[in-house]
Design a protein around this ligand. Sequence first.
Ligand SMILES: Nc1ncnc2c1ncn2[C@@H]1O[C@H](COP(=O)(O)OP(=O)(O)O)[C@@H](O)[C@H]1O
Ligand SMILES: [Mg+2]
Length: 165
Amino acid sequence: MTIKTIRTVAQTTKLGQWLGQQLPIGCVVALNGNLGAGKTTFVKAIMQGMSSEDSVHSPAFTLVAEYQAKRKKQTFSVYHMDFYRLETLSDMDYLLFAEYMDDDTATKLIEWADKFIEQFANDYLSIEIKATSLNDEEQRQFTFQVVGDNAELKQLLKGLETYRV
Ligand SMILES: Nc1ncnc2c1ncn2[C@@H]1O[C@H](COP(=O)(O)OP(=O)(O)O)[C@@H](O)[C@H]1O
Ligand SMILES: [Mg+2]
């Protein structure tokens, strides 16, 4: 587990851009934290780090948004999902998400992931974002954890340990 204290939106953006450059293509990122914590803001920064020109919005209504990303010469898809509006997972929902989650070539970024992530992934990077100060509106605590046994994600977590905000 690695914890980073962030003091400004600019620091969130820088961290997200860095992560976007490092994230193994095809991995799953579970984003958690209350409304307004900064999950969508962080996804925007990750997409910048992945050299995407697509506009990023919370897919709270559409459930899934697909973006195109690039790393060096390789292009790949990113599925941005949001479980916020789902109280239960119907069979239809399950089938919809399973199809995206089973695409190993695409990176998956999921807001409110903890609600249902266990039904879709064994190995993922978990990121919890928390506002931690009443006085300082932009302060956030980012907690990174690797769930499961993914060597690339564990390596990435080591890189995060030495990342300087
Ligand atoms: N350090 C920070 N990191 C991310 N967002 C921040 C930060 N400080 C303030 N904010 C603001 O908090 C809000 C976060 O909204 P959003 O990213 O949509 O949250 P969520 O997707 O978690 O509901 C934005 O208005 C953003 O500008
Ligand atoms: Mg959001």
